[in-house]
Design a protein around this ligand. Sequence first.
Ligand SMILES: C[S@@+](CC[C@H](N)C(=O)[O-])C[C@H]1O[C@@H](n2cnc3c(N)ncnc32)[C@H](O)[C@@H]1O
Length: 561
Amino acid sequence: MLPDKFINRMKYMLGQECDAFLVSFECERSKALRLNPLKLQGGRDEAKGKLPYETKDILWEENGFVYKDEDEPGKSALHMAGLYYIQEPSAMSPVAYLDPKPGHRVLDLCAAPGGKSTQIAGRMQGRGVLISNEINAGRAKILSENIERMGISNAMVLNETPENLSSRFEGWFDRILIDAPCSGEGMFRKNEDAVTNWSPDNVRLCANRQDGILDNAAAMLAPNGRLVYSTCTFAPDEDEGTIYRFLLRHPEFKVCEVPLFEGMDRGNPEWALIDSADEGTWHDQPSQEISQQLSGCIRLWPHHLKGEGHFLAVLERVNEAEAKDADAEPVTYCPGGFQRGIKIEQKNMSAKEQNDSSNNTDSFKGLSDITGNEAADALPGAEVKKETKKKLKAKDRRAMDKNAGRNLKGSSRGGSALDMAAKLWEEFAGEVLTETGSSRLYGTLFTFGDNVYLAPPLMPSTDRLKVMRPGLHLGTIKKDRFEPSHSLALFLRMEDVKHSADYPADSQEIKDFTSGLTLSAGLENAWYLITADGCSIGWAKSDGRRLKNHYPKGLRINYAD
Ligand SMILES: C[S@@+](CC[C@H](N)C(=O)[O-])C[C@H]1O[C@@H](n2cnc3c(N)ncnc32)[C@H](O)[C@@H]1O
């Protein structure tokens, strides 16, 4: 049952339309999935052909498809292999408007369980840096697992507060998504708990929290950067109201009036000062100038389109002086320094291609052995780590960009554990990967204990951050041997490895493999990438007769249940 106070406020907002709105709560929800572009070697249509049921397109996400309840894509091996992510249609809209590109530095500030982070990563195509942050440790773990399942190589998963991040990354990101914690009114028909936990006081609490999150995010956005704010609530205090208060505090931002897709509506400036605690009374009239901008916000109503209720606003920084400066000199330093480790060059690529693929800038050029904070420390302005971008002069920034790519010859840094890890990785890569596979694995190799990771070029240092996943987990050093990780298996494609064994996704072999059984096959002594309908799903090691199962114990399925 919907709370009376909620219904009264909605009547106040929607007037006669409220009846149609309330009827939508009795209707069936649209279920959808989003194909993972990182796994679409044969293209979108080929991947779609692997789905054994009819689907319908979603206008704002070319890889998004609506399916029917009985299709149960969550039970398929293709889901375990990361071919798609299950996400309802409206939830796919904020990233469509964020428009992240390969090479961007992107922050997803409230990221768990990872629907939008995995969508962002798909659009980035493994190039640039994605920081996926989640304040709740348990949820951050689930986020990490989804990043792994979708085969993402260029993401760091953090478990930080927005405050800590903003003190570290001032002015660094090209794109920031705030998919804010909210009162979840848009989830009422999906989730009973959202109804039970609803109260006007909670709406107010959420609105206050959103103000703080937005202020911290604003400090992290680069000049000319884009910030998308979204919620899954109808509460105007958390939607137009939050954006209204933000614009009052931040005149350097404006709402961009972006085109709508069919079924979407504009925000309503008149709702900016509604108070849900008073069942929808207006307090004051909003400032005319700011109010006009609020009609650039976007509302997704469940009685106007096939999807749940959502709100979003696209915000851009409009400080002209900063914007000019940024045009002249792309900023490529990182306030906390870069990840340290051993550089793995991208093979079979010209210098130009390497630069294009690592970033939109050329800052990584020439960095050939150890990368990291040392590069920043070696500068005249070593204190720059504590500096903010605003405080740096253009000349210092240029020096920093140049030195971030300096070859630190003669350095003894790296240490024997790291050297050993690099050697073992190189041997493994030589034995297991094809040239195509090797050329996709480049960046900074580093270790955490026995675990070996690869970070993309220009990944920030993990120093003093609560890190759940510092980059792509390549594997673990076990008694001087390199054992490849599940993350690496999910990142790799059939053409990346010398040995693979492919089975139909619905075959007994894939059931056996994902339940932890050994597969029998007469094969060479080697690591095999097991694939389901061509999609990597895990490792097995052949002793010439059988494929020993390396599917992680925690993910194994007991099909008898
Ligand atoms: C709407 S959910 C995010 C959903 C996610 N973007 C996705 O698409 O899968 C909001 C997230 O914000 C987190 N959160 C709660 N309080 C927060 C705070 N003060 N700062 C940042 N994030 C917070 C919640 O734990 C929750 O995971």
